[in-house]
Write a protein that binds this ligand. Structure first.
Ligand SMILES: Cc1cc2nc3c(=O)[nH]c(=O)nc-3n(C[C@H](O)[C@H](O)[C@H](O)COP(=O)(O)OP(=O)(O)OC[C@H]3O[C@@H](n4cnc5c(N)ncnc54)[C@H](O)[C@@H]3O)c2cc1C
Length: 497
């Protein structure tokens, strides 16, 4: 792919004298997908990114099957090709030394991928053959697949796809202001361009896709602000011997916070270690040595120990931000700027990409100069997206509470959850369908979550035995109350908000 072909001058020449159909702020994961989709629908699009060179980040490196399916719907799935991406066929969960494999769902059990008209063409909904992605495995496997990759390389592929669209103008610059008219309606964006200064660009609609640290999400409402409860500390492991190749690894235990491990290239494996506070420990290396290293599976230890000795730690805050209705004429906030969840379940890109698919279906064929009609569809869009985003968001928060268990009840729920997975059958099939972003059914998620909670209570009764029955009975109420506390408020916020 030809990502960075344009010269610096090409990237600074955008015409400011015309009115674009759409301006896209940000060319991260979501921006290029919105821009490509709209361009293929015949819209004239300006996409503004402050830094077109390849970013180096520890986010967005494992895409769930629901994200891959959305890329297919958009005709952009070849963005996972030619970057030495690693196919992911499921998860392995470790708990105090035991483990359970959780394969991704069967394709036959879920709806077929929808092809968005005008976006899917010439086989661009199918992967091509490369060094690590094999068409036969990916297209003909009876189960869904996800994929691990180096985030920056994936982004450059998305950017290469958008660069091929004749209806798209790319611009390098820092958006400094969302422009409004006297009625508080958005009319475009002001961009600070190196060598040109601050230039105003006009559009019928402006898409805000400026990501996790979004400056412009507040244009929806000043209280649209994320909360941060924990962090991830990451390292790169090189030539790691994976305990379960082609799997995401979730390492749980009663003595430590959850640890995620997944391969992102033939050489590199990402490890993300949760720390239950937004503020990192004062001595990260000492914390890693004491609270992470002892719990790393044996085959990973040599690469882990080497990375620890080198001490190249990188951290990210884990933010939560429920979505909000886009109710401002001329603007649509999308991606992390709109909605964030805990990255434990790797659902961010899947939510954002499914949002793009829905958006294309709802407004892709409208005349954007009819701004009231576009707004009406955006108001509806907020409710339609709830079916999938609420499942992924609530699951991420609830699982993090269980997996980072910092109370007696949560530890019982954590153990119950692991034992529930060990039962196999529907006890694996349904949870992994939610996790992989292919089961948009929030009320079924609620049923399954409480089934896990009741199972945890049952396991606790078993472990207490006859003599401990009275204690287990009292604990049962407390455990169920705790389960409701970590689940229900989030479900309520997601469904009602
Ligand atoms: C620790 C961590 C791990 C994660 N791991 C996963 C994972 O494994 N799987 C997954 O699906 N999700 C994961 N996520 C979430 C995922 O990274 C996001 O959901 C995704 O990147 C959101 O895409 P976006 O386009 O909204 O934002 P981004 O990808 O952040 O893109 C925003 C873009 O906007 C540009 N920009 C910002 N401001 C301006 C401006 N003023 N002017 C011009 N350009 C601007 C930026 O340069 C950037 O290119 C993780 C998140 C975290 C925090």
């Amino acid at each position: 792919m030809s990502g960075g072909k344009a010269t610096n001058t090409d990237l600074k020449n955008a015409d400011a004298s015309i009115t674009y159909d759409a301006i896209i702020v940000g060319c991260g994961v979501i921006g290029p997908c919105v821009a490509t989709g709209l361009a293929r629908k015949g819209k004239k699009v300006l996409i503004v990114e402050r830094e077109w060179s390849m970013p180096d980040r520890i986010v967005g490196e494992l895409m769930q099957p629901g994200g891959v399916r959305a890329l297919r719907s958009l005709g952009m799935v070849q963005s996972i090709n030619d970057i030495e991406a690693i196919p992911v066929t499921g998860y392995t969960v470790f708990y105090n030394g035991e483990k359970v494999a959780i394969p991704y769902p069967y394709k036959a059990d879920i709806a077929p991928v929808e092809k968005v008209p005008k976006l899917v063409r010439d086989g661009n909904d199918k992967v091509t053959e490369d060094k690590t992605i094999h068409v036969k495995d990916f297209e003909e496997d009876e189960r869904e697949r996800g994929v691990g990759f180096v985030h920056g390389k994936f982004l450059q592929n998305l950017r290469a796809i958008v660069a091929e669209e004749p209806n798209v103008t790319r611009l390098q610059g820092n958006v400094v202001e969302i422009l409004k008219n006297g009625h508080n309606e958005v009319v475009g964006a002001k961009v600070d361009i190196d060598g040109r200064g601050k230039v105003e660009f006009k559009a019928h609609i402006t898409f805000v896709c400026d990501g996790i640290f979004s400056k412009f999400r507040k244009e929806l409402s000043t209280d649209h602000v994320p909360t941060v409860g924990s962090s991830f500390v990451g390292m790169s492991l090189f030539h790691a011997k994976m305990p379960s190749p082609n799997h995401g690894h979730v390492i749980l235990g009663t003595e430590h916070m959850p640890i995620l491990v997944y391969q992102i290239s033939p050489e590199e494996t990402r490890i993300l270690c949760a720390y239950n506070s937004p503020k990192l420990p004062s001595d990260v290396k000492a914390w890693m040595t004491k609270k992470v290293q002892p719990y790393i599976p044996e085959s990973l230890r040599p690469s882990f120990d080497e990375a620890l000795a080198q001490g190249k730690f990188r951290s990210m805050p884990n933010s939560y931000l429920p979505g909000r209705q886009n109710n401002v004429i001329g603007m649509c906030v999308i991606g992390d700027a709109l909605n964030m969840r805990h990255p434990l379940t790797g659902g961010g890109m899947t939510v954002g990409l499914n949002d793009v698919v829905l958006l294309m279906k709802k407004i892709g064929d409208l005349d954007f100069s009819d701004r009231e009609v576009v707004l009406d569809e955006l108001l509806d869009y907020h409710y339609e997206r709830k079916s999938y985003d609420s499942v992924i968001n609530v699951l991420s928060i609830a699982l993090y509470s269980l997996f980072a268990a910092d109370s007696k009840d949560l530890k019982v729920l954590q153990k119950g959850c692991f034992k529930y997975f060990k039962r196999g059958g529907d006890c694996v099939k349904l949870p992994v369908s939610f996790l992989s972003g292919v089961m948009p059914r929030p009320f079924l998620l609620t049923r399954v979550f409480f089934a896990v909670a009741f199972y945890a209570v049952y396991v606790n009764f078993q472990e207490r035995g006859m003599a401990g029955f009275p204690v287990a009975l009292i604990e049962a109420f407390s455990i169920l109350f705790t389960a409701a506390r970590v689940f229900t408020p989030y479900l309520y916020t997601e469904m009602i908000g």
